[in-house]
Design a protein around this ligand. Structure first.
Ligand code: A2P
Length: 276
């Protein structure tokens, strides 16, 4: 199924009908306190309308504080958090705890962080969290194709996103195609390879020719594929730079060059793998 992107090219319509902004600020590994508060507040000031956190990040309180301090109305910001599956707890109960920490009445998206303990056991709690109004949409993260299929088999309502590490260097076409076929939007975390991909000369060449930065090229590659993309930064100028990806386009040739950087291996298994 082709992704439905909104007229302004900045958001995508999920299978459940909810709209999700393509660009998010990710706050993985950003400690609770001023660092998270500043990054989120700056992002909101600079026009981001999607923040991606998780119970395991332990910074939901700071995300919530920055949301309130920003003065941006709650309904204008898409907030994602993730269920931590390591403790074997109930996803609905844990959603309530997240809402308390965030200081919001609902999250826009609630995701199983990874399929620990198997891909299906937590889904009932996720569905209850959605039915209770704690989450508008529900999805998963770090799921392989077979894990998605195992979940779909038992789910009353299927996940609408799968958040995985994804970039030109971790370009698992099989996983992307399988997600699209199942009407599951792919969310790309670590789109800069946690910074490692920024020094690649082939990315640098494209950036130089376009008068852009390597980070913008990598983020644009995801946006141009209608993927949801979650670059992380704690620096204001980088947060600003990473958002300037809607006023230029990569050529077909640039896209082909970037696609060819995939280093996850050519085997069918690698192409569908959730890990790189
Ligand atoms: P910092 O948070 O210190 O700004 P990813 O999104 O792939 O996980 O990458 C995040 C890493 O890339 C972080 O170390 C972040 O550093 C760095 N980073 C994010 N945006 C930029 C940018 N525009 N230029 C250079 N480094 C960046």
């Amino acid at each position: 199924m082709a992704a439905t992107v909104t007229a302004d090219g900045r958001a995508r319509v999920l299978a459940d009908g909810n709209e999700i902004p393509l660009l998010a600020l990710g706050v993985w590994q950003v400690p609770e306190g001023p660092e998270t508060e500043n990054a989120v507040r700056w992002a909101l000031e600079l026009g981001y309308r999607h923040i991606d956190t998780a119970q395991a990040y332990r910074n939901e309180r700071s995300v919530g504080k920055a949301l309130r301090d920003s003065g941006v109305p709650r309904e204008e910001v898409f907030v994602t958090t993730k269920f931590y599956p390591g403790g074997g707890k109930d996803a609905e109960t844990e959603a309530q705890r997240s809402l308390e920490r965030l200081g919001v009445e609902f999250v826009d998206l609630y995701i199983i962080h990874w399929p620990q303990g198997g891909p299906t056991w937590a889904w009932d709690g996720m569905q209850r969290a959605q039915a209770a109004g704690y989450a508008r949409s529900i999805g998963v993260s770090n799921f392989s194709v077979s894990e998605l299929d195992a979940l779909i088999e038992v789910a009353d309502s299927r996940p609408v996103v799968n958040q995985v590490q994804f970039s030109p260097f971790e370009f698992r076409r099989g996983l992307l195609e399988a997600c699209e076929e199942r009407e599951i939007a792919l969310e790309a975390y670590s789109p800069l390879g946690t910074g490692r991909h920024l020094d690649d000369p082939r990315v640098g060449e494209i950036a130089k020719r376009l008068g852009r930065t390597p980070a913008q090229v990598l983020i644009r590659w995801a946006v141009q594929r209608s993927l949801i993309v979650l670059p992380k930064s704690t620096h204001r100028e980088r947060i600003e730079e990473n958002a300037q990806v809607f006023d230029f386009a990569l050529t077909d040739e640039d896209m082909t060059t970037l696609d060819s950087l995939d280093h996850t291996g050519g085997t069918a298994a690698a192409r569908e793998s959730k890990w790189w």
